[in-house]
Design a binder for this molecule. Sequence first.
Ligand code: ADP
Ligand code: MG
Length: 627
Amino acid sequence: MDAGGAAPLRRREMAAAVSGAGRCRLSKVGAGRRPPPARVRVAVRLRPFVDGTAGADDPPCVRGLDSCSLEIANWRNHQETLKYQFDAFYGERSSQQDIYAGSVQPILRHLLEGQNASVLAYGPTGAGKTHTMLGSPEQPGVIPRALMDLLQLTREEGGEGRPWALSVTMSYLEIYQEKVLDLLEPTSGDLVIREDCRGNILIPGLMQKPITSFADFERHFLPASRNRTVGATRLNQRSSRSHAVLLVKVDQRERLAPFRQREGKLYLIDLAGSEDNRRTGNKGLRLKESGAINSSLFVLGKVVDALNQGLPRVPYRDSKLTRLLQDSLGGSAHSILIANIAPERHFYLDTVSALNFAARSKEVINRPFTNERQIWTTGARGPEEEEIGSPEPPAAPASASQKLSPLQKLSSMDPAVLERLLSLDRLLGSQGSQGTHGLNTPRRERMVLMKTMEEKDLEIKRLKMKQKELEAKVLAQEALDPKDKENSSPAILRPLARRTVTVAKPLKKAVVMPLQLSNKLCFCHSPPPPEEKAEDCWELQISPELLAHGRQKILDLLNEGSARDLRSLQRIGQKKAQLIVGWRELHGPFSQVEDLEHVEGISGKQMESFLKANILGLAACQRSGPS
Ligand code: ADP
Ligand code: MG
């Protein structure tokens, strides 16, 4: 049974489900909630016999059974056929509109939810990929139809008075012999494919043209396609040997608080022919091209297999094509693969191999999610600055209401706090309505949290000011009464600041500073100059003689002590004691305590803290009593 009769009914039903009067209504239902996993949808399109092609008079070797299945002759056993089932099967009589409405239009709505979508045309050269994707002026294919609808929808959804402002941009590239070439800017050469921290695939430097109407789209797309066609004439069918990728981005910005942003990407891909080039007798450049095509399509097959088997490593990076499709296969996109096949007998092996690839692909599970961001900062740094790698970012509609954002006050917020808030936001977003009860009101929670943060911020500022005041007071007192300073013990002078400041940060500052100063004075070999002496209270209580004595005692211990003796020193455990003994055996005695730094396993920092802990301690002991 041919699929042409039954299929339109089902397809029309599918289309009606999303389209209302022939046009799909985009809804934002599900945005913010974690969407369910979406299997890669696979449709097969069998083209009719084409006049003038070889074998046009032979009977077909493949035929449809119903709107989802088909059968093909079994070359091993002529009595049998091989049967395949897919999400949709489009027979010879299917129209361009059937394919578009049945398999492509339903996924477009996800773009307005900030999710990605992709359509891939797969199959051997001559099976109808370009016809399906591009078509002709009389029979426009998926690309013009999708663009027409998408632009119309963005105009409707983003019109004045609607909550979101929408903008659309397009990029067009081809992957030819593992080179990424910009068809809108052919001079840019081979471009690199990158992944951002959120797992989005980007091509820095790729031209992005803003489009607001179908005329805009044609203005950029037609010359770019001609670029490709010129190449094709020169290079003999280059176009069927490269993967053509049209990327359409739908950018959404919320007009009122909380000023969310969403980005949905649509990839429309006309893949290079999947025919087995070994059978075509290619040589020279053709052979090189075949190698590149075969390797990227071969890797595509491996990616599909790895995803199906749940392997931990999916070889996306093994080819440019799969790297680019990382979003679309097993990634974040709603994907549809249209496998194009031809009825002629000489296509038989390529048809079987395309059907097998398609059958494997339908097992791949994608996990689409909403690419949504919240704009926390407003003002000088525009939202477009957050975009990565887009040389021509779409013009951001500067909404007047943005200036009234209640979040504006937080623009000076500590980045660490901001980061925590953003992760909370992400957590809330991912949990959606199924989250913990307390998290069901994320916005209110967020506001409370932000208020607390603001208060904390103010408190820290207030304490910092207080600390500064106290320090200034101490310094002023020192300047006014230097004599008193000399006579007073540090326990009276410094601890004033230390005792008064009770919050962790300022306290640390008040205590650490004098110690650092005394380090400088204590650890120098020559006695410190008198003016420095007068500045520091710690230095006053430890005489250079005592320090030298302490230093000598430690040096003796380092040179003569056993590992056990060494452990009596501060900061020296069993391991370090053994290291010291080992070093001594190899290099002889230490000439000064600082030589400890040369012992492997003891860093300069550790040596300093060792000196601080031991020399000051010993010297202090000696000051308070006989050794
Ligand atoms: P591919 O891109 O896979 O190499 P094409 O799209 O160029 O194949 O198709 C090869 C030929 O078959 C073209 O002349 C095209 O017009 C024709 N063709 C393909 N599919 C159809 C179809 N469904 N109906 C009519 N003609 C078709
Ligand atoms: Mg083609």
